[in-house]
Design a protein around this ligand. Sequence first.
Ligand SMILES: CSC[C@@H](O)[C@@H](O)C(=O)COP(=O)(O)O
Ligand SMILES: [Zn+2]
Length: 206
Amino acid sequence: MLDLDRLAQASQQLIEAGRALDAASQVPATGGNFSCRLSDTLMAVTASGCHKGRLTTADVLVSDFAVRLLGTSRKASDEARLHGQLYEDLPEAHAILHTHSRAATVLSLCHVGDTLSLEGFELNKALEGVKSHETPVRLAIFDNTQDIAALALDVRARLQVDANLHGYLIRGHGLYTWASSMTACRRHIEALDFLMGCELELRRQR
Ligand SMILES: CSC[C@@H](O)[C@@H](O)C(=O)COP(=O)(O)O
Ligand SMILES: [Zn+2]
């Protein structure tokens, strides 16, 4: 059943996240998409093609995890299935943010391999479950594709063999991260962007 109070709260959280991420230049043009878990089967997800810094409540749609929309003729984010798949596979995930920051775009292209491990940074502790700068923060990396259903299956397969991920990068595209609340998810995005910027800076100096 749809909890309208929860939907109103989620809409506000998505709108505020969009404003903050736009101010931080992490969602240029109409890049990025966001969601909140509403229940065991439903999510609030941004509509496709909106500028994420200027979202209104009308741009927040209700969908099940297979992206069957409730009560709207608008189109959900092109990448909504990536959100649905994460909610299906990660019961602890209550918020998901996808951004197109410069650091995520560049680092995902120049890093070789299917995992980026950010190591030795105090800010690693901004990620849920990380208690020490000595704990690596790990992001899976996938090649970019317009076949979102196939990408969702690849993410699912990776999560089945690697439970220790804080998010993933799509090459030349951007970052997905999730958390137990929108507050924590915004902290993840901010920290990961900072950490990827540090990593790029270090690689320039090597
Ligand atoms: C501006 S193109 C970006 C899109 O292709 C996509 O990657 C994206 O993040 C936003 O898509 P959207 O359908 O608005 O959620
Ligand atoms: Zn995107």
